[in-house]
Design a protein around this ligand. Structure first.
Ligand code: SAH
Ligand code: AVI
Length: 312
């Protein structure tokens, strides 16, 4: 679907509402068409983008601390599974996993990755679920009767507004037979390190950011000139988050279907938040959603954390 010119009415409606708002905003879930998923994979190996390699190293070192929480024949349900690279560390070490349900909004990418996992782990039941994790998920029958373990790596939780994030944690808590949640979160650190992770020298993150405009042209009938918007990464200390923006280089009008949206020079579209946590802020978010911290694992530089949350 990603490569065809098909107007997505939901994208058109949400994008128009966001671009008419003050300040202008687009939800980050729209980054992930096929090209967006591929660009994100390029980001994960950039020298400036420390989160992926750091989380991989924490998982490799501490997977033994996760094992006791994964019961025999468990269903591993991964939210925002992407390339499922981190999952392989769990699957290689945890024989108890009987079924794997990767959930992702980027459907073409999801199906290709699920096939690769299926080939690599012949004894595992692999059931990909294409969907929006902000909605109620229709979990497959293979999950029922199995102890469920959520896996939510990458700090994708941090891309949600705090109320969205708390609501998602509450929904996971209500999954039938939920035994635990393995959650990856990025930690607060020197803003210079953070800004360069989101504004790399090769311009891959800028291309990832602008790709949402390319998608709007193809799937929402828009006529953006992506290069007429500058990529910007800003640290917002009050909200402990990196914000990504696309800033208009000039006064310009852009068509979205039959509507027109006007931009002033310097006006931005706020395209993403990436919240950064401390153990205390993470706990303050998880506890009201019905979770307690059982394990908190971090790297020696304290850049990133993998937490095992248990139902309280
Ligand atoms: N878990 C991987 C990928 C992180 S990138 C890692 O840690 O490297 C974020 C992933 O979440 C992408 O694959 C994207 O398609 C998916 N995603 C983003 N918003 C989503 C949503 N609302 N519903 C489902 N998946 C979503
Ligand atoms: C998927 N998500 C956690 C990434 C992040 O770091 O917030 C998305 C990303 N945006 C820019 N670079 C990476």
């Amino acid at each position: 679907m990603d490569t065809m010119t098909v107007i997505d009415p939901q994208l058109h409606k949400e994008a128009l509402a966001g671009l008419r708002a003050e300040p202008k905003v687009l939800h980050p879930k729209w980054f992930y068409d096929e090209r967006g998923s591929a660009l994100f994979e390029q980001i994960t190996v950039l020298p400036e983008y420390y989160p992926t390699r750091t989380e991989l190293s924490i998982l490799r070192e501490h997977v033994g601390r996760i094992a006791p929480y994964v019961e025999e024949d468990a269903a591993l349900i991964e939210l925002g599974s992407g390339a499922s690279t981190k999952t392989r560390i769990l699957l290689d070490a945890l024989d108890a996993v009987g079924a794997y349900v990767p959930v992702d909004i980027s459907e073409t990418f999801l199906r290709a990755v699920a096939q690769e996992i299926d080939r690599s782990y012949p004894d595992l039941e692999v059931i990909p679920l294409a969907g929006d994790l902000l909605q109620d998920l229709d979990l497959p029958d293979a999950v029922s009767g199995r102890p469920a373990v959520g896996f939510f790596p990458g700090s994708t939780l941090g891309n949600l507004e705090p109320p969205e994030a708390r609501a998602l944690l509450r929904r996971i808590r209500q999954w039938p037979d939920i035994a635990g949640l393995v959650l990856g979160t990025d930690l607060v650190k020197d803003p210079r390190v953070l800004v360069s992770a989101y504004d790399d020298a090769q311009g891959v993150t800028a291309a990832f950011n602008r790709n949402v405009l390319v998608r709007l042209n193809r799937e929402a009938g828009a006529d953006f000139e992506p290069d007429s918007f500058m990529h910007e990464a800003r640290w917002n200390p009050d909200k402990a988050r990196i914000e990504m923006h696309l800033v208009s280089r000039s006064d310009q009008d852009v068509r979205i279907g039959s509507e027109t949206v006007s931009f002033r020079e310097g006006e931005s579209i706020h395209t993403e938040n990436s919240h950064k946590y401390t153990r205390a802020t993470l706990e303050a978010m998880a506890e009201p959603s019905g979770w307690r911290i059982a394990e908190f694992m971090t790297d020696s530089d304290g850049l990133f954390a993998v937490t095992v949350l248990l139902p309280d």
